[in-house]
Design a protein around this ligand. Structure first.
Ligand code: ATP
Ligand code: MG
Length: 444
């Protein structure tokens, strides 16, 4: 892709309205455009990153046996009245009336709708467990939308729901998602720590928030530093090993604001390991038993002929928020250098040929390189403009493809100037570059 033909509206300076670095960068390189308060259009660069995150989230849901569905954004108020949340949810819910004067709403979450889907078809314990998920837009009329897509009103979320009959099985389902979240965030090159959390308006008794550390985060956290040293190693999808994995994390005191208890913190964590800081919530998992299945009468036949309400959990990941969270974790705002993890980078590599009117041989070379890269599924962006070298590099550093090839007048023969962002440049041939990138991409 030529930069001159791309829709990447780069701003010369940081937009003054953006208070945190992810918002700054996203506006600066035109990843998003606000359409009204807390509502954004996603432009090509931002959309590419979000779609890659979505795909990783999807793959990791599929790996634990969750099945993808797609529920609508607009829901009927009826099911929310059944669960009792229509009144409780308050002003965050966007309520709409259709032409028949029926009360509708733009879904802020989907427990009711998925319970309705479940109860209409699943009648026997033999069909359990059921793990269903979808990746869909949500709307919450946040009182103070801010920080760009980090806290906005319309956002893209993966929400999954589990249905089981015993507490033990439900716990197994919960742990599957616990593992899948660790795997997902690892592939995004994020250190997201599971922290015991309150269940809030969703209700229930077991809950973890997955949080990445960031000064600009809105979640206050209290934790034992040693939890950051834990490797989120992979584990078999089997009851005991999954329980062990969760227990390994739970051994270290690590909670969000609403679960915080000063005495407990000081008793369980020695002074040198205490960390009180802020983070960004990127995922949240809940177990809430029959909180929805009971009022909504979602039950199945048990082995002995009796019936019981299913036990449910729900599991969210902020797919669009993750775009900002990755920037918060990876963007060096002082030097204005972004390095996307290769797993979600909008482009794998940037090609920067030095071009002037009389001599476009470097662009020809860039084109030939691009042909070879394409054959190997490597996605490149080429700066085909005649701007000076430093402004070209500056631009590419903001766009954040993790690798760069620089083609100057002195580039002769087979050796190219190749650079991984934040590392020293090296002179190597294209075959080697392709090998490096393929290896990196294979690890995703
Ligand atoms: P928060 O405490 O940040 O408001 P929440 O507890 O209300 O989050 P959940 O209902 O658990 O969020 O939603 C699942 C995920 O959706 C969150 O972990 C977060 O990543 C994302 N999310 C929630 N609200 C927003 C929002 N207003 N804008 C962007 N992403 C959001
Ligand atoms: Mg919220």
């Amino acid at each position: 892709m030529y930069i001159s033909k791309s829709f990447i509206p780069i701003l010369k300076n940081n937009p003054s309205e953006a208070k945190i670095k992810s918002h700054q960068l996203m506006l600066r390189v035109g990843m998003i455009k606000q359409s009204s308060a807390g509502i954004y259009s996603w432009l090509p660069l931002g959309f590419k990153v979000m779609k890659k995150i979505e795909q990783i989230v999807r793959e990791e849901q599929n790996k634990i046996g969750a099945q993808e569905i797609l529920m609508p954004t607009i829901q009927s108020s009826e099911i929310w009245k059944e669960s009792g949340r229509y009144e409780d949810y308050g002003e965050e819910m966007l309520r709409i009336k259709d032409r028949q004067n029926r009360e509708m709403l733009y879904g802020p979450t989907n427990e009711e709708l998925v319970t309705d889907i479940f109860r209409s078809s699943i009648k026997s314990y033999k069909s359990l467990p059921q793990l269903l998920y979808h990746i869909q837009w949500k709307f919450r009329d946040e009182i103070r939308p801010r920080f760009g897509i980090m806290r906005c009103r319309e956002f893209f979320m993966k929400d999954a729901y589990s249905f089981d009959i015993t507490d033990e099985d439900a716990n197994f389902s919960y742990n599957k998602f616990f593992l899948s979240y660790l795997r997902t965030f690892k592939r995004l090159d994020l250190k997201a720590i599971p922290m015991a959390a309150d269940t809030g308006p969703i209700g229930g008794n077991l809950s973890h928030e997955f949080i990445i550390l960031a000064e600009t985060g809105e979640s206050k956290i209290y934790t034992d530093k040693r939890i950051f040293e834990l490797e989120s190693e992979d584990t078999k999808l089997e009851k005991e090993s999954l329980e062990k994995l969760r227990k390994k994390f739970e051994e270290f005191y690590s909670v969000t604001d609403d679960k915080f208890n000063k005495d407990e913190f000081e008793e369980k964590v020695s002074e040198k390991n205490r960390l009180k800081t802020k983070g960004i919530e990127v995922g949240h998992i809940f177990y809430f038993g029959d909180k929805y299945s009971k009022p909504m009468n979602a039950s199945v036949d048990l082995p002995g002929g009796k019936k019981d309400f299913v036990k449910m959990g729900s599991y969210g990941i902020g797919v669009s928020r993750l775009v900002g969270a990755i920037i918060e974790a990876k963007y060096d705002e002082k030097n204005e250098v972004m390095k996307w993890p290769i797993s979600v980078a909008p482009y794998d590599i940037a090609i920067i040929p030095m071009i002037n009117k009389n001599d476009t041989s470097t662009l020809d070379k860039a084109n030939l390189i691009d042909i070879e890269l394409k054959k190997n599924n490597i996605d490149a962006i080429i700066d085909d403009t005649e701007e000076n070298f430093s402004s070209k590099v500056k631009k590419m550093n903001l766009i954040g493809a993790p690798f760069q090839i620089i083609i100057g007048k002195k580039t002769e023969g087979d050796l190219l100037e190749f650079k991984e962002i934040n590392k020293e440049p090296q002179k190597i041939d294209l075959a080697k570059i392709i090998k490096i990138l393929k290896e990196q991409k294979a690890k995703i």
